[in-house]
Design a protein around this ligand. Structure first.
Ligand SMILES: *Cc1c(COP(=O)(O)O)cnc(C)c1O
Length: 455
């Protein structure tokens, strides 16, 4: 499989180079030269299904046997034997539970595998890297758990001191592994992100530390997520709609790819919170940015969904120059113009969307608990509201993106019940933390990274 950039001006690469490069040289995102037809394979084991779905994307850099082993290792530690179980919560309403991995959010489904892919490819090339990232919560711990124990990867996660939840902070600071480094920045999440961008922009530093990223545009993360969309459709055994609580559009894009490459998915229902740019786009072709407002579903508090670029490239008939021009326009005036023809062909038949505010989210957590006895987290709740609001005459599978115990305050506020952490994490509040405070200052952060991460 070869990959091209959505902006049309970067070299074609194979899977291994795409994984290690992250972003393309021209600022675009890599997509396959052509879409394969996927197959979920003969086995019911989740790891085997994932290996079958991913196989066309990773050849020849990983053999089928290697891929199978990596998938088995990745999902062996999940708390549920089915890895991603389907649970019925109402008439033709289902949850696909994606939170049984080590950090209680769906990001583990991809990052457990991506960390192992990095290690395997780096070993083959006899190279080492330093992954740096900023987190406001979920991504940092999932990335850390994905690469702890990797021989050839150092990871540095910057988080805003005092601005993550205590569960989220402890999931990062209690990891005792020599290649894991968390820095508590005296600043906001935006400051953390700016520091990471500045490290990447510092060419000497980037090259000497061999910097890399595992953010949500990472191609391997997207295809790993495609596997559970395809697996859910195949297990349901008839066409389904999938409802996705959405931030950066990664999880929706994965569903679109599963559908486009053969999975029996009819519609993709995009759930947003009050940060509803995607809902406005899908309902009225109007993609215009507005300020981000904080909500009870913080992982969806995003105004520019970076992975949308991959779908825009298809809407533009894979014209990279036009895609680059559209995005430059979007950056400069906050408005993205798409043609009515492309919208009617690519968006209208596939997507529908609705947004859910915090009051509706709390009412939904309470309703689901009252009617089914199940506790759901606030992100999942935006999904189940939209799944019922937009239901057609097919089953709807809502992606349950986080464990309720990851967002205990909202769940308690809605139901009066305190969601318990799973046994594996029950002693999280007793584990010693390793906290490294650092000033909001590029030189100070770079010095710490260089000292902690020998390459
Ligand atoms: C990251 C995240 C999302 C948003 O996923 P995207 O792929 O960015 O759209 C939704 N819910 C939870 C719990 C998350 O951690």
């Amino acid at each position: 499989m070869r990959y091209v950039s959505t902006r049309g001006a970067a070299p074609e690469l194979g899977f291994g180079d795409v994984l290690l490069a992250g972003l393309a040289d021209d600022g675009g995102l890599y997509v396959p030269v052509e879409w394969p037809a996927i197959d979920t394979g003969p086995s019911d084991e989740y790891a085997d299904v994932a290996a079958s779905v991913l196989a066309p994307y990773v050849a020849p850099d990983l053999t089928e046997a290697e891929l199978m082993q990596l998938c088995r290792d990745s999902y062996a530690g999940f708390r549920h034997p089915e890895v991603a179980p389907l649970v019925e919560i109402g008439d033709d309403q289902w949850l696909l539970e994606l939170f049984h991995g080590p950090t209680l959010a769906f990001k583990d489904m991809a990052l457990q595998l991506v960390g192992r892919m990095f290690d395997r490819l780096l070993e083959r090339r006899d190279e080492r890297i330093t992954i740096v990232g900023a987190t406001s919560g979920d991504t940092g711990s999932a990335a850390i758990e994905g690469v702890r124990g990797c021989e050839r990867v150092q990871i540095v996660i910057l988080y805003p001191e005092g601005r993550t939840s205590e569960v989220q902070r402890r999931q990062m600071t209690t990891v005792d592994a020599p290649n894991v480094h968390t820095l508590a920045v005296d600043g906001t999440f935006d400051d953390c992100q700016d520091l990471v961008k500045a490290m990447f922009a510092d060419r000497r530093f980037r090259e000497s530390q061999r910097l890399s990223a595992v953010n949500s545009i990472n191609w391997a993360r997207i295809i790993a997520q495609t596997a559970y969309h395809a697996s859910a459709a195949s297990r349901m055994g008839r066409p389904i709609d999938i409802c996705v609580p959405t931030g950066n559009f990664g999880n929706v894009l994965a569903g679109w790819i599963a559908r486009h490459t053969g999975a029996e998915i009819d519609r993709l229902l995009v759930a947003t919170n009050s940060n509803d740019i995607l809902t406005r786009f899908i309902r009225s072709r109007d993609m215009t940015t507005a300020g981000v407002v904080p909500t009870l579903s913080p992982s969806m508090d995003i105004q520019v969904s970076s992975n949308f670029e991959r779908l825009l490239f298809e809407m533009n008939d894979r014209d990279g120059e036009r895609t680059a021009a559209d995005l430059a326009q979007f950056r400069s005036d906050g408005h993205l113009d798409t043609s009515p023809e492309a919208f009617d062909r690519w968006i209208r038949p596939v997507f529908d969307s609705s947004s859910v505010d915090d009051a509706e989210t709390l009412a939904e957590i309470a309703r689901v608990h009252r009617e089914t006895g199940t506790l759901i987290d606030p992100h999942t709740a935006t999904g189940t509201v939209v799944a019922r609001r937009l239901a057609g005459n097919r089953p709807v599978v809502t992606l349950a993106t986080a464990h309720p115990a990851k967002f205990p305050d909202a769940v308690r506020q809605a139901t009066g019940v305190h969601p318990e952490l799973p046994d594996e994490l029950a002693d999280l509040f007793d584990r010693p933390e390793r906290i490294t405070p650092v000033a909001n200052d590029l030189a100070a952060v770079e010095a710490l990274v260089a000292e902690r991460c020998p390459i």
